[in-house]
Ligand binder design. Structure first.
Ligand SMILES: *Cc1c(COP(=O)(O)O)cnc(C)c1O
Length: 375
């Protein structure tokens, strides 16, 4: 069997262990510590725009804290992009709120502004104004920031920007991760940089960051004994994990460049196959191309190709199954136009890691060429 080619695997810089070693030598193995502060300031400098960053245990916990800080509570409704990974929607349920799913548009595959406004008007007409909007830059492609923000501010609904897949992307020269009332990042194992597992919340004010840290560290009141007047969470990132993050920040830009060059490589390699199309960057949009996704002409071509790659020990994956199609969310309200259903049927993510070698890329393209030559 040929060695496995992964969709997106961790890619270390070599600098990570020096930060971890430092943490061991100073016995900063506990949560908090210099690596946490260092990683947060690296992220703040990278994102710019005077944001504040709190490093957390995961992107999911960052989403959860964002909703708590926005006052989302039992019985509320929160609008969520349907085409996303389940972690965008689950924290809505943690709060006892109901997700209201909104479909995508075809330019970025992200939240459709038209469906968003239809949804908001209809929820208000039914008696409940949504408490927040969770919008996602999926696969690294920025959503239609200006259009979504315009609607959000028209109805005065805060936006939680899920930037888990889009660190290093930008929109009209402003970094993804700085557009929401709250934004979140993820450093899970498959993301563009990884800390083995981790995330961050990005806030506009220091006060909000401090509130997030307070909730993330068990909501301890200022007292010599353990005293609590809020429900707390254990959501903080540890100093060891943050050391990996500091090492990874030194290679973020080169990871973005490599993922973008993978995408270019695939575009060129499949120019002659008219059954394969790619998502293009609209003017002013810059995607980190976290994953290169292709659209096939039909569901059966897609599934045939996926199985052909699997036989060659090459991992590929259908585009994320929309939340409105997930069994757990089958009863949730939804506003659909057919776009995310179609993308799920015909779309496939290809190996896209920043550590892919030329030999591996050639194996992927020759397997795909062979498949199309035979069908
Ligand atoms: C990975 C991911 C998350 C969750 O991040 P974790 O760090 O794995 O909890 C949330 N939203 C999207 C779109 C993701 O891809």
């Amino acid at each position: 069997m040929k060695p496995k080619i992964w969709l997106s695997s961790p890619h270390m810089s070599g600098n990570e262990q020096s930060y971890i070693k430092e943490a061991f030598e100073s016995n900063w193995v506990a949560p908090l510590g210099p690596n946490v502060n260092g990683f947060e300031s690296d992220l703040q400098n990278y994102l710019n725009e005077n944001v504040h960053v709190a490093a957390l245990a995961s992107g999911t916990s960052a989403l959860h804290l964002s909703l708590i800080l926005l006052g989302v509570d039992n019985g509320d409704e929160v609008i969520c992009q349907s085409k996303t990974f389940s972690a965008s929607a689950n924290p809505i349920a943690y709060q006892g709120a109901t997700p209201v799913f909104v479909d995508s548009e075809t330019d970025t595959w992200n939240m459709c502004p038209i469906q968003l406004e239809i949804a908001i008007k209809d929820r208000i007409a039914k008696g409940k104004k949504p408490k927040a909007i969770v919008a996602v830059h999926l696969y690294g492609m920025p959503y239609k920031v200006e259009e979504i923000n315009k609607i959000a501010s028209k109805y005065k609904i805060p936006v939680v920007e899920d930037s888990a897949e889009s660190l290093g992307s930008h929109y009209r020269n402003q970094n993804c991760g700085t557009f929401g009332d709250f934004s979140i990042l993820s450093f899970n194992g498959n993301k563009i940089i990884t800390t083995s597992g981790g995330g961050a919340i990005v806030t506009k004010t220091l006060e909000h960051k401090e509130k997030a840290v307070f909730l993330a560290t068990q909501a301890r009141d200022n007292a010599p004994h353990y005293q609590h007047s809020h429900i707390g969470y254990n959501y903080r990132m540890s100093n060891i994990v943050a050391g990996i993050g500091r090492g990874q920040m030194t290679v973020l830009d080169s990871h973005v460049a490599k993922r973008r060059s993978n995408h270019e490589f695939y575009v060129n390699a499949f120019k002659h196959i008219d059954k394969i199309t790619f998502l293009q960057e609209p003017e002013g949009y810059f995607s980190n191309r976290w994953l290169t996704c292709i659209l096939l002409d039909s569901e059966s071509t897609k599934e045939g190709l996926r199985l052909a790659l699997e036989k060659e020990n090459i991992e590929s994956r259908p585009l994320w199954k929309p939340m409105h199609q997930q069994p757990i969310f089958k009863d949730a309200p939804k506003y659909l136009n057919g776009v995310s259903d179609d993308l799920f049927k015909r779309g496939l993510c290809l190996p896209s890691g920043s550590n892919l070698t030329d030999v591996e890329l050639d194996r992927v393209t020759s397997s795909i060429n062979t498949y199309f030559a035979s069908c």
